[in-house]
Design a protein around this ligand. Sequence first.
Ligand SMILES: C[S@@+](CC[C@H](N)C(=O)[O-])C[C@H]1O[C@@H](n2cnc3c(N)ncnc32)[C@H](O)[C@@H]1O
Length: 211
Amino acid sequence: MTAVEIDPRLAERLPRTVAERVPALADRLTVVQADALRILEVPGPPPTALVANLPYNVAVPVLLHLLELLPTLRRALVLVQAEVAERLAAPPGTAAYGVPSVKAAWYGEVRRAGNVGRRVFWPEPNVDSGLVALVRRPPPPGDRAATFAVVDAAFATRRKGLRAALARWAGSPAAAEARLRAAGIDPATRGERLSVTDFARLAATEPAQQA
Ligand SMILES: C[S@@+](CC[C@H](N)C(=O)[O-])C[C@H]1O[C@@H](n2cnc3c(N)ncnc32)[C@H](O)[C@@H]1O
């Protein structure tokens, strides 16, 4: 097991805690003191599972970064703020569906895996928590960065229809409409209706010749 911890005092303490409490497993732990958002590799054999009580303020970017960095991760089980758990696991067409839902769905099937009340923590935080499970599956066809760019654009103004919301991304409202139609998507639809596969198909359409 490799643990990533940014705080030097905690990173230094963790091996001792494990040695004190479960000495038989102490030599199986490697602690990396690093920012999980910026880490570029982890030591040891390629990891297959991610288990984390994620830092709540950067939970989504850390999760997405690690899924992208470590393609050997087959599954993840993470604890996050309850509202973030809801967003990560939200299906298209629901109020909680947004950028985190689509981007997590790029990597796998995501589901809520349980609620954790604030009372089990000390000191008691002012938020509830939720477990999120992800099982990796092949991503939709297409380019990830291009797909994520159109996802960001679509949800930047989530109340607008996609023709308007994607005008800047495509170059103009007409260009956005052409690309939406090329992908078989109604230009009046809102982004919250599209699945990750729809976004990937849209990102793969040819850009308009003239804006
Ligand atoms: C929610 S706490 C979980 C603590 C402990 N693992 C547990 O389960 O009780 C999140 C931990 O992530 C650490 N952390 C915060 N930001 C981080 C980052 N960018 N990279 C790595 N660790 C980070 C914090 O120092 C803290 O120990």
